[in-house]
Write a new protein. Structure first.
Length: 263
């Protein structure tokens, strides 16, 4: 795969990861810092299904996303009773716990990683996944459940007073969000072929959060912000300090803009 093709695939991965977090933040009112861990689960599940079990890449992606959905459904039911900083801290701990567990999972190479992931990701397949996610996000936003989720994000107390089971709704949205993040992890594994736990650090979740903060309530703007951050990483591969400075500046500007907008 050429460098340009790999960069396009990574942009698609960044967009999917940002949209996954967008579901939690703007459609459920919950901030999660553990989505990098869900990406890791998806990537490793994909590598195991495609490399060890022998599943076709498409079915391996579906299997990985389904597995992450089933894992995060009861997990979300427990942790989504928390709110605000407590929820953010809990999801951060879950993300780091997943990374540490994968580092000690010797069947998949442990901290050294594994190269068993099938190289199936192309710019076309990654673009189709982004298109499918966009259509799904649009359909959900206009559906009755999507409107209820938006109402819950605006005022959970008022939604409960109207008879909405907010905990169940937030749990399902959280699990779907984790499954989308898992698909992003699958695309990443299918693009690079070799994965290790350090490919999914806490900073990756922060990049998605920055894209969501800068993009605000518009999924299109979130997509552009995520793509811009990934292009920035490609343009400045050896200048991590400059990249983090620009990334932090964008995050501050986006946060101030949103505060001014809702003041």
């Amino acid at each position: 795969m050429s460098y340009l093709s790999l960069t396009l695939c990574k942009i698609a991965v960044a967009v999917l990861a940002a949209w996954a977090l967008y579901l939690c933040v703007n459609r459920c009112g919950q901030t999660s810092l553990g989505h990098a861990g869900f990406m890791a689960l998806g990537a490793y599940a994909f590598a195991w299904l495609s490399g060890f079990v022998g599943w076709h890449g498409f079915f391996a992606v579906l299997g990985a996303a389904g597995a992450v959905f089933l894992v995060t459904l009861p997990l979300g039911f427990l942790i989504l009773r928390l709110q605000g900083d407590y929820l953010a801290a809990a999801t951060l701990g879950i993300g780091e716990l997943i990374r540490i567990l994968l580092s000690n999972f010797t069947l998949m190479g442990g901290a050294g990683g594994t190269d068993r992931a099938a190289r199936i990701t192309t710019p076309l397949s990654a673009g189709l996944c982004v298109l499918a996610a966009a259509l799904g996000l649009l359909a959900f936003s206009r559906s009755p459940q999507g409107l209820l989720a938006r109402a819950t994000a605006v005022d959970a107390t008022a939604a409960e007073a109207c008879g909405v089971n907010t905990l169940r709704l937030k749990t399902v949205v959280f699990a779907v969000s984790a499954a989308v993040a898992a698909v992003a992890g699958c695309l990443y594994a299918g693009a690079v072929g070799f994965i290790c736990p350090n490919d999914f650090p806490y900073a990756r979740a922060c990049e998605s959060l920055a894209a969501v903060t800068v993009g605000g309530e518009s999924a299109g703007k979130v997509m552009l912000a995520a793509a811009a951050l990934e292009v920035l990483s490609a343009v400045l591969p050896g200048y991590a300090e400059i990249k983090m400075l620009l990334w932090g500046t964008l995050l501050i500007v986006g946060a101030l803009h949103r505060r001014k907008r809702y003041a």
